[in-house]
Design a protein around this ligand. Structure first.
Ligand SMILES: [Zn+2]
Ligand SMILES: [Zn+2]
Length: 268
């Protein structure tokens, strides 16, 4: 997976190589180191995959924040305090699981080691989430949250695209990473305060000129939602360019707005 020439192989060939490698050499789970019982393209053991904690059913109807403690009155919608103030530009956000434990490390594997089979596995989980929430199935186009071109050049790929591509195939929608660009890079500082997170993404995204998002319902995809600042800034750029609506799916969700896991701050 870390082979230096790996980035140059076409996706199908890289996957084929992984497949052969998995058959020939018993691979250890990339999260816990246990030897995998069978050859698999996805080098994670069942115990690690089963340790991910899917989000509870009771979440804020708009932003998807778990609201265990809050109970809505009869007939009232369940909203967090931010969404009661109509805070976000996106219409809905949902995630697969809580950003904690082994999932934090799995997201890092995807982000820094281009583990495409894991992107596919996450996409399958997000397709299930979309299946339970009709508004996601009504989208016209899937767009991954973009990296700044410099960051993408250094890394060689965009981890959100590793999820968005296979998710779009599940939902039979086009995936169009070209529709949105990051025009201002993330500050180099490793850890950002809550304030810095919001100010660093405000106005940092733009729909491409001659936009093809006009009057379309966009499904925005990313790996992690912490404060929602990035998704919100992307949604604003898409709506400014004429998108009809924006809904968001992320693999992981930090469940506290005030204390996102610090690891989440690492280099988007
Ligand atoms: Zn494991
Ligand atoms: Zn909310």
């Amino acid at each position: 997976m870390n082979h230096p020439r790996r980035g140059k192989l076409p996706g199908w060939l890289a996957e084929l190589c992984d497949g052969f490698a998995a058959v020939l050499f018993p691979a250890p789970c990339r999260l816990c180191g246990e030897l995998l019982a069978r050859a698999a393209l996805l080098p994670l053991c069942d115990a690690c995959l089963e340790s991910f904690l899917p989000l509870p059913a009771k979440v804020c109807e708009v932003c998807g924040l778990p609201l265990e403690a809050l109970a809505a009155a009869e007939g009232e919608s369940l909203l967090c305090s931010a969404c009661r103030e109509d805070f976000f530009n996106f219409e809905r956000a949902r995630s697969y699981a809580v950003y904690d434990g082994a999932l934090v490390r799995a997201v890092i594997l995807l982000k820094y080691q281009q583990l495409a089979p894991l992107g596919k596995w996450f996409a399958a989980r997000l397709a299930e989430v979309a299946g339970r929430n009709g508004e996601f199935l009504a989208a016209d186009v899937v767009v991954p949250v973009p990296l700044h071109r410099e960051r993408q050049r250094q890394r060689g790929y965009n981890q959100a695209e590793l999820i968005a591509g296979p998710l779009a195939r599940h939902l039979r929608l086009p995936c169009r990473s070209v529709l949105l660009v990051r025009t201002r890079p993330r500050p180099d500082k490793l850890h950002l305060t809550l304030e810095e997170r919001w100010s660093s993404v405000r106005g940092a995204f733009a729909a491409r000129p001659g936009s093809q998002v006009d009057n379309r319902r966009v499904l925005l995809v990313d790996d992690v939602m912490t404060t929602g600042a990035t998704l919100d800034a992307c949604a604003k750029a898409l709506l400014d360019a004429g998108a009809k609506s924006v809904v968001c799916l992320t693999v992981a969700r930090a469940t506290s707005h005030t204390q996102p896991p610090r690891i989440a701050e690492v280099a988007r």
